[in-house]
Design a protein around this ligand. Structure first.
Ligand code: HAM
Length: 479
């Protein structure tokens, strides 16, 4: 099946400057890829900056990301999730069949293109479709259930960039296959809660809802359309179109007039079939049992169309009351079968890591602290320089973090670097020490120094570090 209404990636204005467009000369050769549109930005400009909505995560920001990565891995391990990495690029068809046309992700945001071999492919806009594809492809249904899989990495959505909304965004994604009991829904929400809580984020709202089975959803959709049709003129233009293509999406619209109108619309919860109602009731009881605070949001429908029954989202709000979805997920009991696998219930959620990092910064959560080198290794002369590489690795093997400036010849220059690092110990290896098999160890805190044999160097350095730690520094770990 060839999808009909797909936006193919277009070039974008990546600069604030006016795009430079050279007039094509008559003798110019045709582009290698015939369908490529004329670039809007000259090569010199776009070589020097990242694409709009895509950014570098610089070393300064990494301590926040490291804390997030560590929390994700720890939660994955504690809740029995195994890591799976799926490709960044898949057949376009996979995403269209999973997320479905009529959603913003497929209609407007997917980065789709044709490969040189003629395949229609897309950059993943989320993980679940790829993870389900891998589950089916590798016959994972034969494994003992439930199967818990964790992924993390960048996903791509051609959204309108602004703070907290990017075109390349990072997600942490958790999916569980093979269990339909609502206790799993509660456990998955508990896990999301645990990650958010452990990251030090507070004032976070967990919203839950149930959208039932495809059948009860159809009945609800009918009632919703009947209600909205009668007041169509009050909807924004996009929602008037959605009324025909995907009416449930109207509940997701952020336009004031649509929010106002849909607040009086019929609610999905009133149209649930008996089983879905019982499922939702049990979920709420489990959440109460866990003392997990939640809000029932009857308008919550999610932006992807594979969900059945439970859906949930995690929201933060800033001082101005602006709200951000930090994550979301739900059940998708039919997706695996729809993609050609055995009928297998499933549930999962994705966390938006860029937004989590923004929220950590905004609420002044402490980032991860990478250990800093406490020792500097200085060398003087050719022989000392040669020997210092070995000494460096001896110290590093014994868990002592060392830094150096091997490229600098002068001792003065090296000592300046040592001072900038604020190290507690400087080791000096001169020509004489290199020949003698010794090294000078200088305690930068007390100002004392001693000469030790190179065999005893590690012990001498550790001793000073231990004494310093007991005086004022946090205890280092040197096992
Ligand atoms: P989603 O709600 O589309 O769910 O995305 C999860 C999270 O990714 C959002 O709550 C938000 O924090 C973040 N996010 C989405 N778009 C952007 C953007 N343009 N810029 C920054 N952050 C963004 C899913 O993707 C589902 N696959 C989750 C799931 C897993 N459901 C079942 N299993």
């Amino acid at each position: 099946m060839t999808p009909k209404k797909i936006t193919v990636m277009k070039n974008d204005k990546a600069t604030t400057k006016k795009p430079v467009q050279k007039a094509a000369s008559k003798t110019e050769k045709p582009a290698v890829v015939k369908t490529a549109p004329t670039p809007l930005v000259s090569e010199n400009e776009f070589l020097m900056q990242s694409l709009r909505g895509m950014r570098d995560i610089l070393p300064d920001e990494q301590p926040y990301w490291e804390r997030v990565r560590r929390s994700l891995s720890a939660a994955a391990q504690d809740f029995g999730f195994q890591r799976i990495d799926v490709p960044t690029v898949e057949f376009l068809h996979l995403f269209v069949r999973s997320i479905k046309e009529g959603t913003d992700i497929i209609d407007k945001e997917i980065y789709a293109f044709q490969t040189r071999g003629g395949d229609r492919v897309a950059l993943r806009p989320e993980f679940t479709a790829g993870v389900v594809r891998a589950y089916i492809q590798h016959g994972m249904s034969a494994l003992p259930k439930p199967i818990r899989l964790f992924s993390t990495g960048p996903v791509f959505r051609y959204d309108r960039p602004q703070e907290g909304r990017y075109r390349e965004l990072w997600q942490g994604n958790f999916d569980v296959f093979g269990e339909s009991d609502p206790i799993l829904d509660a456990q998955v929400i508990q896990m999301a809660y645990r990650v958010i809580h452990e990251l030090g984020l507070r004032n976070i709202e967990f919203q839950v809802n149930s959208i039932g089975t495809p059948e009860s959803r159809k009945r609800y959709e009918k009632a919703l359309v009947r209600f909205l049709e009668s007041q169509k003129h009050k909807l924004c233009q996009s929602c008037r179109e959605r009324l025909v293509t995907n009416p449930m999406r109207i509940l997701d619209c952020k336009e004031d007039k649509c929010v106002q109108l849909t607040s009086q619309a019929p609610q999905a919860l009133d149209f649930l079939d008996d089983e879905s109602r019982a499922h939702f009731k049990s979920l709420l009881e489990y959440l109460d049992e866990l003392d997990l605070p939640y809000t029932i949001n009857p308008r919550l429908v999610r932006g992807l169309d594979y969900y059945t029954r439970t859906v949930f989202e995690i929201w933060s709000s800033d001082r101005e009351g602006k709200k951000y979805a930090l994550g979301g997920g739900g059940r998708y009991d039919n997706l695996i079968q729809e993609l050609g696998g055995e009928p297998t219930p499933a549930i999962g959620f994705g966390l938006g890591l860029d937004r989590i990092v923004l929220e950590m910064k905004r609420t002044q959560v402490r980032p991860h602290e990478f250990p800093k080198p406490r020792v500097f290794l200085a060398q003087l002369g050719d022989l000392a320089k040669k020997k210092s590489l070995r000494l460096f690795s001896d110290l590093e093997k014994h868990g002592v973090l060392v830094t150096e400036s091997f490229g600098r010849g002068s001792l003065k220059a090296q000592m300046r670097v040592a001072a900038r690092h604020g190290v507690e110990v400087t080791i000096i290896l001169g020509q004489k020490e290199a020949i003698d098999g010794t090294a000078i160890v200088k305690d930068m805190v007390s100002g004392t120094q001693e000469t030790v044999t190179q065999e005893k160097l590690v012990d001498a350095v550790k001793k000073i570090l231990k004494t310093n730690a007991s005086l004022s520094h946090p205890a280092p770990k040197f096992e």
